[in-house]
Design a protein around this ligand. Structure first.
Ligand SMILES: Nc1ncnc2c1ncn2[C@@H]1O[C@H](COP(=O)(O)OP(=O)(O)OP(=O)(O)O)[C@@H](O)[C@H]1O
Length: 371
């Protein structure tokens, strides 16, 4: 990851309101966001949350109704015409549907932004196109046409084109949403590579937490035009506070399907006094093994491991462990207090309530399916 320190994008008190004949839509509400140079900042939310509108404010394709947008120290709200176009060249953008020009070759697609005001000579422009195609792994496709390329290759062309004017920022608006998981992984890796080698700051809009998890160092969760939770990836993943954030995280991990299986087991449904089903999550070097040993050594609490999962996020292990803890009297509660002190997040599962919640969700899904 490139060094992330000074702010490169600062959004202050941003509102975007669309006024239509019969209604007013507040697509973005009072958003404050700081993206630092070298960040890969994920903005996650369901469809309609306001993500696209918010990022279009960054390059002023969408003007805000209120608030200020500062990019690389420049207040973009004060710019128009040539000055705004010039500022925009430093902000590349890629989209879900690539937006390539089908009647032009791959080389000419990448060349296109260089035709508008670049000071390079003709020869230098061609050299730049070659360099960019090489960077995205498509050096041999220069004379092909978009129709001859796969979706992943088209997105690589779009990335090369977005980088033509050496932007400092790349905005990716659902750029992997039309791609299969393997191709998505390769495109995300390319973005990470560009971040590391060029120091490119990336703002990644997505509805898939999996994509955020793969490459972002920061994440903001949007709902109904607002940022409801934000922070660095590890903190958000190991200790989310908002329900929507939890939902996004759960869909990107196997924890909830593991829990759904576990709560159907008769032994788990009939826990006795002094027994508790818990999910422990931790980030960092603390591994579960010493912790589990300590539960017995210090508190005479017996842990029965039901499932476990360790992922590497930002080169740091993030682990989740489902356990039934058994002890005498309030030994389990004392042990859990100790575990929490060690920086481990403790989620107590009330089995009856959890099952009732699952049943409620299943009924709601069925209802939706039959409407
Ligand atoms: N030009 C527009 N005029 C009127 N309403 C708009 C306009 N653009 C967006 N909206 C509305 O603003 C809200 C936010 O839309 P936006 O596209 O920013 O959400 P999103 O999170 O990016 O979702 P999606 O991924 O589906 O694009 C939606 O209610 C949308 O209908």
């Amino acid at each position: 990851m490139a060094e992330a320190t000074s702010p490169i994008i600062e959004l202050k008190d941003i509102d975007v309101t669309f006024k239509e004949a019969d209604r007013t839509v507040k697509a973005v509400k009072d958003v404050n966001l700081q993206v630092n140079k070298g960040d890969i900042y994920g903005i996650v939310g369901y469809s309609g949350a306001g993500k696209s509108t918010l990022v279009r404010v960054i390059n002023q394709l969408q003007r805000q109704s209120k608030g200020t947008v500062t990019v690389s120290g420049q207040n973009l709200g004060n710019l128009s015409g040539k000055n705004l176009r010039q500022a925009r060249t430093k902000i590349g953008m890629i989209f879900q549907h690539f937006n390539l020009m089908n009647e032009r070759t791959i080389g000419d697609n990448v060349l296109f932004p260089l035709l508008l005001g670049s000071k390079l000579t003709r020869k230098e422009k061609q050299a730049k196109v070659d360099e960019l195609l090489d960077l995205v792994g498509l050096a041999d496709k220069k004379n092909d046409y978009p129709a001859q390329l796969s979706g992943g290759q088209k997105q690589r062309v779009a990335i090369a084109r977005a980088l033509a004017n050496d932007p400092e920022i790349l905005i990716s608006d659902e750029a992997t949403s039309a791609l299969d998981p393997k191709t998505t992984g390769a495109i995300l890796e390319l973005l990470k590579h560009l971040n590391e080698t060029l120091g490119l700051t990336v703002v990644l809009i997505t509805h898939e937490m999996q994509a955020v998890k793969a490459i972002c160092n920061k994440v903001a969760v949007m709902q109904s035009g607002e940022i409801i939770e934000r922070g660095d990836l590890l903190t958000i993943f190991s200790n989310p506070t908002e329900q929507l954030t939890k939902e996004f995280i759960e869909t990107s991990s196997q924890i909830d399907s593991a829990l759904a299986n576990v709560v159907e087991q008769a032994t788990v449904q009939n826990l006795g006094a002094g027994e508790q089903l818990v999910v422990l999550s931790y980030a960092g070097d603390s591994t579960e093994a010493p912790l589990i040993a300590q539960l017995y050594e210090k508190f005479h609490v017996t842990p029965n491991i039901l499932f476990g999962n360790v992922e590497i996020l930002q080169n740091t292990p993030v682990g989740t462990l489902g356990l039934v803890l058994s002890g005498v009297g309030d030994a389990v509660e004392t042990a859990l207090a100790y575990v929490a002190q060690q920086g481990v997040h403790v989620r107590r599962i009330n089995v009856a309530e959890y099952r009732a919640e699952l049943a409620r969700k299943a009924a709601a899904n069925n209802e939706e399916a039959t409407v």
